[in-house]
Design a protein around this ligand. Sequence first.
Ligand SMILES: [Zn+2]
Length: 295
Amino acid sequence: MSSKPRAVLAGLQAALLCSSLGLSLSCAGENLWTDLTSISSGKTNRGRTRRPAKMPLKGEGYVVPERWRERGFQYGVDELVAAVERAARLVNDAVPGSTLGVADLSAMHGGRSRWHASHQSGRDVDLIFYTTNEDGEPLAPLGDDMLHFDGDGEPYLPRREEYNDEKWEERRFDTARNWLLIESLLSDPSVRLQWVFVSNQLRERLLNHARASGRPQWMIDYAAVVMNQPGDAPPHDDHFHVRMYCPRSDRFYGCRERGVVWRHEKKSFKYGGPERYDPVLWHLVAAGPALIGPP
Ligand SMILES: [Zn+2]
């Protein structure tokens, strides 16, 4: 079905829903519709959130460091907040003592801010890189800094910037845990990622690590598609910026995509309702019974 008849159909469905509920006022515009869960409306760079989930300031395997607590940008769609919590827990299970630094999601009602062009509709989150000391031991995120890292995983100080932490030079990019974080998010069937913005050099470093540690080729290819250095923003060598597609249930309520729909996502875009595409399961089935285990 082309997009126009589909839009007409969605409008008709809405009209039917409104008239059958007799709620003509609450159905006056798409930004007033609700399904009683969180809703991302509009685009990531021109949008709002309704009934968002609030990321708790700390949880198992993660913390919102001081600087980002003060801004209060802890709001996102239910699916994103839950996925970040799950991913942090998985990394912490794999490497006990891991603490992910969760920086900004969106403001309580979304919308514009002085810090971000996007982050408006509850579908973006900035995640601070996991770091270690020089001996490879996990370190907690800093309260007030995002350190920049080069392709060797060593920190550097860009001109005209300064760090508050005096020992920043002793930190290293933790390639293994940062890869694990990305793999956990990509494997989560409840969110579909459009982008993980990260510098080209760190992207290469992460993909090389995945190859060297024998991760499945499909996962490496998948990460290679989604991880990118943005063309119209800073290179993101100091954090991951993760953006998810509209939750499928929010599309009807005015959630709008911006930019590319990856080939592997196209099928799931045809249908309404909850997510059906589980990347891990799909690849296990496609690979045949050997990978699933004995019958
Ligand atoms: Zn961001």
